[in-house]
Design a protein around this ligand. Structure first.
Ligand SMILES: CC(C)(COP(=O)(O)OP(=O)(O)OC[C@H]1O[C@@H](n2cnc3c(N)ncnc32)[C@H](O)[C@@H]1OP(=O)(O)O)[C@@H](O)C(=O)NCCC(=O)NCCS
Length: 175
């Protein structure tokens, strides 16, 4: 399975010891502010299982990110295929989620730039998109920093009408 190195990070396959810090990250309300809810342990272990299964079926996925200096797990960054249908799917999406204590160091753009490079130069993808709720300015900032361009706003089909999270932005990048 693929792994990617950046100056400060290693994006690698998932390991059993990632489970506990992943559970802690997903139960943190600050990290999950722009998702319908924080996740309990059972939901996170199920998600980890889906991520690992995805890697067994594709040459990419949401890599576990660790600091090279300490080997500490800090979250995930990577490429995935959205499971909902709308006018820009099927597509490959870039996404990220980092534990709160690792925000503010520029790790997300550093990892995401390497994932774009992998997507375009190794996987030969012709487009990578990213989306999040219009409220998630930190994530939108990452999209801008890695050179993605704003395409449009859209209503996320899997989020209930009236939710504050319904309206999303779509960003895109080509090789
Ligand atoms: C989205 C998320 C990954 C962004 O993390 P972040 O740490 O805020 O973003 P960055 O990695 O870009 O770091 C931001 C700050 O680090 C600072 N920084 C410190 N050292 C740095 C360095 N060496 N290089 C770059 N920036 C550095 C910068 O000042 C930057 O602030 P600025 O954007 O105001 O200039 C994080 O907020 C997160 O995990 N959120 C929850 C999950 C989520 O919403 N995911 C997206 C859902 S679609």
């Amino acid at each position: 399975m693929s792994s990617i190195e950046t100056p400060r990070l290693r994006l690698r396959e998932w390991k059993e010891p990632d489970t506990q810090p992943f559970v802690e990250m997903n139960r943190d309300e600050r990290v999950m502010e722009f998702f319908p809810s924080a996740m309990c342990e059972k939901e996170t272990t199920a998600m980890m299982g889906r991520i690992i299964k995805f890697f067994s079926e594709h040459p990419f996925g949401l890599w576990a990110a660790e600091l090279k200096q300490t080997n500490e797990f800090i979250g995930f960054v990577g490429l995935s295929i959205p499971s909902f249908e709308t006018d820009f799917t099927p597509c490959v999406e870039i996404g990220w989620r980092l534990a709160y204590k690792h925000w503010g160091y520029g790790y997300a753009p550093e990892a995401a730039t390497a994932c774009l490079d992998y997507g375009f130069n190794v996987l030969k993808l012709e487009e990578i998109v990213s989306f999040t709720t219009v409220l998630n300015l930190r994530s939108i900032n990452v999209m801008k920093k890695i050179g993605m361009r704003f395409i449009k706003e859209f209503e996320h089909p899997n989020i209930e009408a009236g939710s504050r999270l319904k309206t999303h932005v779509l960003y895109s990048k080509n090789p």
